[in-house]
Write a protein that binds this ligand. Structure first.
Ligand SMILES: NC(=O)C1=CN([C@@H]2O[C@H](COP(=O)(O)OP(=O)(O)OC[C@H]3O[C@@H](n4cnc5c(N)ncnc54)[C@H](OP(=O)(O)O)[C@@H]3O)[C@@H](O)[C@H]2O)C=CC1
Ligand SMILES: O=C(O)[C@@H]1CCC=N1
Length: 270
């Protein structure tokens, strides 16, 4: 078992869909013993061998050490009472619900020893995701960080407003990048490439370029200049993206729209 998990007691996942399922996959791949995990989901479908899977929050059991709330924000009301009844002072409640504020969670789960918001993204399944954190976890900080570290880059938000901004960038971000890959592939197809080949090239190109940027001390701007030979092909393409800061403007509006929706959701669940 990896050191990260050696001190970790029972962990319950309430909801185990796209996002909590991706986190669980990585935790298991990284050495979390499946018998420590209980998954609660209405379908009762087991996400992995050895993981206890039940349809409802267990009653009359010792409270878990960590409870990950992974349902849709709209389902909070449906699960809140049974979760509140099952947790105790030893429970750290980790919510990945977008747009549900810490104060709302703390009020609903007042028995929990610690309440924290986490905003992961789906690449955590590969251990190459991002997890933003916000909350007051006191002496449980190291334990929480050890749990999140195998998922990828872990960053604390200075305040809840910033947490929402991090959610817009990194939580939603994979979807925006998938659109970008699609758009590059479609553009390649428009040039004349076969569609399947254009998608393969676009995906591999984004993967490689992201890896280069992640492993480099240079800024993305410098890396772009290294691709663009003076008087060459790339500069003509960059001129289109840079004209009127077209790409930057598009993404500024994209992230602002996502961030705005997060604040609306917070108001709706307050
Ligand atoms: N998708 C993403 O990229 C990200 C999502 N999030 C947050 O993660 C949360 C989940 O999103 P996502 O995984 O995409 O959604 P999914 O629809 O994929 O998963 C929802 C899960 O909730 C379960 N569920 C529904 N009702 C109940 C219930 N009454 N009791 C227990 N479990 C229940 C479902 O069970 P079953 O499987 O049996 O149907 C399912 O496992 C959201 O709050 C979202 O804001 C945060 C960051 C990124
Ligand atoms: O779309 C959503 O609301 C969630 C939050 C971040 C990614 N998915």
């Amino acid at each position: 078992m990896d050191a990260e998990f050696s001190d970790l007691g029972p962990i319950w996942l309430v909801g185990c869909g796209n996002m909590a399922g991706a986190m669980l996959k990585r935790w298991l791949d990284a050495g979390l013993p499946p018998e420590r995990v209980t998954v609660i989901r209405p379908s009762g479908v087991s996400p992995a061998k050895g993981v206890r899977t039940v349809r409802q929050v267990p009653r009359g059991e010792a409270p878990p050490r960590v409870l990950l709330l992974g349902v849709k924000p709209q389902k909070l009301g449906e699960v809140a009472d049974s979760v509140a009844a099952a947790i105790g002072g030893e429970t750290m409640l980790v919510s990945i619900l977008a747009g549900v504020e810490l104060a709302t969670l703390s009020a609903r789960f007042s028995k929990a020893g610690a309440v924290v918001r986490a905003m992961p993204n789906t690449p955590v399944a590969l251990g190459r995701g991002v997890v933003a954190l916000y909350g007051e976890v006191g002496s449980r900080k190291k334990e929480l960080e050890a749990l999140m570290r195998p998922l990828g880059l872990v960053e604390w938000a200075a305040n809840e407003e910033q947490f929402g901004q991090m959610a817009a960038l990194a939580g939603c971000g994979p979807a925006f990048l998938f659109r970008f890959i699609d758009a590059v592939a479609a553009a390649g197809t428009a040039l004349g490439l076969p569609a399947d080949q254009a998608l393969r090239l676009a995906t591999a190109m984004v993967d490689g370029a992201a890896g280069l940027a992640a492993g480099s001390d240079e800024s993305p701007a410098v890396l772009a200049d290294r691709v663009a030979s003076p008087g060459g092909m790339t500069r003509k393409g960059l001129d289109v993206l840079d004209d009127g800061a077209a790409l930057r403007d598009l993404l500024t509006r994209t992230l602002a729209a996502a961030d705005r929706r997060g604040r609306e959701m917070a108001a709706e669940t307050r």
